[in-house]
Design a protein around this ligand. Structure first.
Ligand SMILES: NC(=O)c1ccc[n+]([C@@H]2O[C@H](COP(=O)([O-])OP(=O)(O)OC[C@H]3O[C@@H](n4cnc5c(N)ncnc54)[C@H](O)[C@@H]3O)[C@@H](O)[C@H]2O)c1
Length: 348
């Protein structure tokens, strides 16, 4: 039997990954989440039903999904004390995990990153425990999600923003300053991934997602928040900051496709961009949503809100040259999907 581990499995990326694994494989999935942000699986697994095995939920008719609710660090600590903790306690018969996807992290939107940077710094402790366990357990393959926030903020300013390329982070040269504690933890995570590969022979790949979005993302993120405003036909239309700041939006389905492509091809802990390669300002995004909703609102800037760096977007050349890969979902198509979802929520 193959079993994969997904930490942070009830969060935005995690639940999309869990659903994809259940749909495209016959494998089992061991999911961990403390539900600090994540949603209980009863909210997002179709035909949800479960039985208890000790303190974990075993979900679905086929009993392929296991849910351990709690702080991932506690489970990592139990497994440090007894490497066969899961096998012994829950009588699950497996030698080691196949693919390990580590999405447990304190993330949040701009409000959290700037408003409570020390809680975000706890990601350092989650990742340190995680990589220690990985080097002991040696799963078949590991995916570590870094972030575009790991790039030097100096390359993302009003005057000098460039399309960020993988080589703009180089652990053998002077590193720039990443974005707040969030960016530091991601940069450190990437470094640990490389150490795990080089010193312990762990097969690991890292992604640097830009602004991932999707239909079921939390409202604290800009895309669903803006889509909801358009669905309510707000006018004036509020935007954080001047709206001239820009990001590179990439749909979660493309992010997942890319993850599997990388797991098949990368083993040394190196990190690759996942974005569209296109900078879209929030003003442009509002225009797209206005167009989808069929109206032209007046924009009202909220200058007291945190906005982060001015322009953050990916150079996707290396990914294309190396893997021949490009995202499939256009900005318009992805935003229409999010808009439709927000309309549904409003009409409920
Ligand atoms: N969504 C994006 O666009 C994006 C971009 C760059 C990087 N990432 C990275 O991908 C990962 C997942 O992001 P997301 O958008 O799904 O965030 P999210 O907040 O939706 O998911 C994180 C999940 O981890 C859980 N969690 C937090 N601390 C935990 C702990 N100590 N133990 C167990 N569970 C814990 C939360 O309850 C939540 O469900 C993060 O590492 C994030 O930095 C995401």
């Amino acid at each position: 039997m193959k079993i994969h581990l997904v930490s942070g499995g009830c969060g935005f990326v995690g639940r999309n990954m869990v659903k994809r694994l259940l749909k495209t494989t016959n494998d089992c999935v061991f999911m961990i989440d403390d539900l600090s942000i994540g949603r209980h699986p009863s909210e997002w697994i179709d035909d949800y039903n479960s039985i208890m095995n000790n303190d974990i939920e075993v979900i679905g008719k086929e009993k392929r999904l296991f849910f351990w609710k709690g702080d991932f660090r506690n489970l990592l600590f139990f497994m440090r004390e007894n490497p066969r903790y899961i096998q012994d306690k829950y009588s699950i018969d497996f030698e080691k995990f196949s693919d390990v996807f580590h999405f447990a992290a304190i993330v949040g939107g701009r409000m959290k990153i700037e408003g409570d940077p020390m809680i975000v710094a706890l990601d350092l402790s989650i990742d340190a425990e995680f990589f220690y366990w990985v080097t002991q357990h040696k799963p078949d393959r590991v995916l570590y999600p870094s972030s575009s926030a790991a790039y030097p903020v100096s390359l993302q300013s009003t005057e000098g923003a460039i399309a960020l390329s993988e080589g703009d982070i180089d652990f053998n040269k002077n590193l720039g300053t990443p974005d707040m504690t969030y960016g530091w933890s991601k940069l450190t995570g990437e470094f640990l991934a490389q150490i795990a590969a080089a010193h312990y022979g762990v097969r690991v790949a890292c992604i640097r997602p830009f602004s991932g979005y999707g239909e079921d993302q939390e409202q604290s993120y800009p895309v669903p928040a803006i889509a909801a405003r358009a669905a309510r036909r707000e006018d004036p239309f509020e935007v954080w900051g001047s709206g001239k700041q820009g990001r590179d939006f990439v749909h979660i389905d493309d992010v997942l496709d890319f993850i599997f492509m990388l797991l098949d091809n990368v083993r040394d802990g190196s990190a690759y961009n996942i974005g569209s390669g296109r900078l879209t300002s929030f003003l442009e995004l509002i225009e797209v949503f206005g167009d989808i909703a069929g109206y032209k609102p007046t924009v009202k800037p909220l200058l007291d809100k945190p906005v982060g760096v001015h322009s953050r977007y990916a150079n996707m050349d290396i990914v294309f040259e190396k893997f021949g890969w490009k995202p499939k979902i256009s900005l318009r198509e992805g935003m229409e999907r999010v808009y439709q979802k927000q309309l549904e929520l409003i009409s409920k």
